[in-house]
Design a binder for this molecule. Sequence first.
Ligand SMILES: CC(C)(COP(=O)(O)OP(=O)(O)OC[C@H]1O[C@@H](n2cnc3c(N)ncnc32)[C@H](O)[C@@H]1OP(=O)(O)O)[C@@H](O)C(=O)NCCC(=O)NCCS
Length: 187
Amino acid sequence: MTGQRLLPGLVVGRVRGLPMSRELILRTERLVATSWLACDVDDLLAVHSDAETMRFVRQGRPETREETAALVDQYMAEHAATGFTKWRVIDLDDHLVGRAGFGTQLDGRELGYTIRRDLWGHGLATEIGAALVGWHLAHAADVPLYAYVAVDNPASRRVLDKIGFEFVRREDHCGVPCELLANGLTP
Ligand SMILES: CC(C)(COP(=O)(O)OP(=O)(O)OC[C@H]1O[C@@H](n2cnc3c(N)ncnc32)[C@H](O)[C@@H]1OP(=O)(O)O)[C@@H](O)C(=O)NCCC(=O)NCCS
């Protein structure tokens, strides 16, 4: 396929013979989701090394550069193998805003998102979350879409409310008291 350049280093679709190119997943008014490259580690580390940001994410603690590098590798491998992962989310000036996308969960997929802390409170998680629900409905509408949210994370619970998730049950997830929610538009 021939790539179409949209932002520096960004092309649409998988481009044979250009392994250093990014894949565009979706765009919103303020955000762009793309696949990852190995050179993105330090950008993601700026998000994943912050204790408050990581409180309800992964192991619940800030992560090292080695852990972040391994995660970027994992995201690249997942995307290549399945066509989805937690993608890189940037603003229209190509600055990292966070990461958001899907993992595998129960009989379906799980929505997840993390936004850089200095950008909280501007509707960005809601914007990318709503776009990802749309992406899921366009690509896998017959697959249930879930989300886990810690009972102590009201901001994320509110985001999930706003983008159409409904309470299923309370359960511990990775040892943390959580609510399991499902998107009302999926089975
Ligand atoms: C949770 C998170 C993604 C929210 O991102 P964000 O871009 O600030 O979210 P938005 O601005 O789109 O929406 C946040 C909503 O929560 C509300 N909110 C924020 N803090 C709140 C609180 N303590 N109690 C209740 N509601 C709260 C906001 O008012 C807003 O709702 P509104 O639009 O009705 O006013 C962000 O805080 C984050 O990245 N946290 C760390 C990672 C994380 O917890 N990820 C989710 C794992 S399930």
